[in-house]
Each structure stands twice: as C-alpha cells, then as structure tokens.
Ligand binder design. Structure first.
Ligand SMILES: Nc1ncnc2c1ncn2[C@@H]1O[C@H](COP(=O)(O)OP(=O)(O)OP(=O)(O)O)[C@@H](O)[C@H]1O
Ligand SMILES: [Mg+2]
Length: 251
C-alpha cells in the first residue's frame, strides 16, 4: 500500500496539463414529445489530468447518465466528447470497447467481481482482454493487489472477502491497465463508515500518485475528500468547481 497521507490531496492542476475529459454541449434525451426526458441538457466541462472530482446532485439529476457517457458505456444524443484529447463521440462500439479497456478503470457500488474467480484472476481479466501474456498478467495483478493492501488474499474468492476487501480488489482491477482515469459510481454506497474512510483513503492515494479520479456520490463526507465538486440539477450543471468547504452552502 502507498504510504502518502492522501486525505484531501491538493495537486495543483496547471493549465499545461492535458485534458482527460472534455464535454462540449452534451445532451442525452430519452423518449420523445410527451415522454421526452432531458437526462443531460447541454452539459459542458473539462477535467484535466490529476484532478479529483465528485459529481453530486439529487436522484434523477443525470449523474449516472453523465458517467456512462464519460465511461464510453453510452453515447450522447448530441454534442461532443473528447477522451484524452481524442474525439470519441462517433466511434463504433467495437472501437469504444478497446478505448474503455485501456483508458478507463471502473469502480461500481456493487463491486461486480466474478464470483467463481479468485482475487488474482478477477484482476487479471482486463489484461486478458488487452492480450497481455499470462505470466505478465499474474505479475501485474499481484502488484495491483499489493497496492490496495490485498496482497495476502490473492487466492480468495469474493464470497471469502468483506465488502471493503471486495471493493479493494475491484479497485485493483480498475487500475491494473494503468488507465488515464478512474470512474467510480457510488463506490462507497454499500460500505459502512469505517470501510468508507479506508476506501476513500485509497482513492486519495491513487489520485496523489497521478490518476485522475471522477466519482459520483450522494455523501457530502465522501465528496469532501475530493478537490472539485460538480453539482447537477435536472440534467444541467448547477454549480461547478465547488470546493468541498462550499458544500454546506450549496446543497
Ligand atoms: N434508459 C432510460 N430511459 C428513460 N429515461 C431514463 C433512462 N435512463 C435514465 N433515465 C432518466 O434520466 C434521468 C437521469 O437519470 P440518471 O440515472 O442519470 O440519474 P442519477 O442522477 O444517476 O440518479 P440516482 O442518484 O438515483 O442514481 C432520470 O429522469 C431518469 O429517469
Ligand atoms: Mg445514478
């Protein structure tokens, strides 16, 4: 495990840093006429390398829709999305799958580990898709698990681990291909407060080591660990660049 004390890390984000996410006037609509839902309504923002962002907002405000587009899991109705300075707005699904696997690490509320695989095998999976040799897969998976303090549980299956341990394995799986960013949708939603603190400390450490982190959360205490809060309302950005200390006034 890294040793930096990374609660509320504060890497200065200079203008020379590369743009990891750029959304230009992105809209996502569902249905039409009477049933039209503007899940995202003209959303624009830029997230630069090394930033640590929280996306907040009431239920139904568009947070997951936005994350799905940023994660190349869904495409927008209109607007442009540049991922790591490459326009991915009109990419075919087969190419998007490759971009996702190499550039993005995902962490979900329910971990999404494969029950029949060990921790080591779960973390090897993204490398198998990237055609890494099996010996190297094992070595890199073990290093990633070591990094999240799970090096002693390589052969355990998910049902032999606590929720917090499973989330650590999921985080190891998310970082094993050295992605340009980590996307996490409610990563602490299923965890108790003590385990939440441990997982947040881990995200902070990963960010301090240079990984861009974007996280959806309902919890103000979780968002306070980040550097920048983007607040959604009704599919639009209500506030951007909220600092954690402004949070009490804004929500
Ligand atoms: N597949 C879909 N078909 C129709 N409407 C959808 C679909 N997916 C999302 N929506 C609508 O889009 C809006 C935004 O949904 P989204 O899931 O992004 O909200 P959210 O902010 O993530 O909410 P929560 O905090 O509850 O997870 C909601 O009104 C939702 O009902
Ligand atoms: Mg959601």
């Amino acid at each position: 495990m890294l040793t930096t004390n990374a609660i509320a890390p504060s890497i200065p984000v200079s203008d020379s840093k590369r743009e990891i996410v750029r959304l230009n006037d992105v809209c996502k609509y569902y249905g039409q006429d009477d049933t039209l839902v503007k899940a995202l309504d003209d959303v624009s923002f830029v997230i630069k390398e090394g930033e640590y962002c929280a996306i907040m907002g009431a239920s139904g405000s568009g947070k997951s829709t936005c994350m799905n587009i940023i994660g190349c899991l869904d495409s927008s109705t209109s607007g442009q999305y540049f991922l790591d300075e490459q326009d991915v707005s009109h990419m075919q699904e087969s190419d998007l799958a490759g971009v996702r696997n190499l550039k993005i690490g995902f962490v979900f509320q329910q971990y999404h580990l494969l029950a029949q695989l060990s921790a080591l095998e779960n973390v090897m999976l993204p490398m198998a898709y990237a055609n890494v040799r099996p010996k190297e897969q094992k070595e890199r998976a073990a290093i990633a698990l070591e990094r999240v303090a799970m090096g002693h549980r390589l052969n355990n299956r998910p049902n032999q681990m606590s929720g917090g341990q499973q989330q650590r394995v999921a985080i190891a799986r998310a970082i094993v291909n050295n992605p340009v960013m980590l996307l996490a949708d409610e990563p602490t939603g299923a965890l108790d407060s003590h385990t939440t603190s441990e997982v947040m400390e881990l995200f902070g450490e990963l960010n301090a080591s240079g990984i861009t982190v974007i996280m959806v959360t309902h919890e103000a205490d979780v968002a306070r660990n980040t550097q920048r809060i983007i607040l959604f309302r009704d599919g639009q950005i209500l506030r951007d660049r909220l600092s954690p200390s402004d949070l009490n006034h804004a929500i």
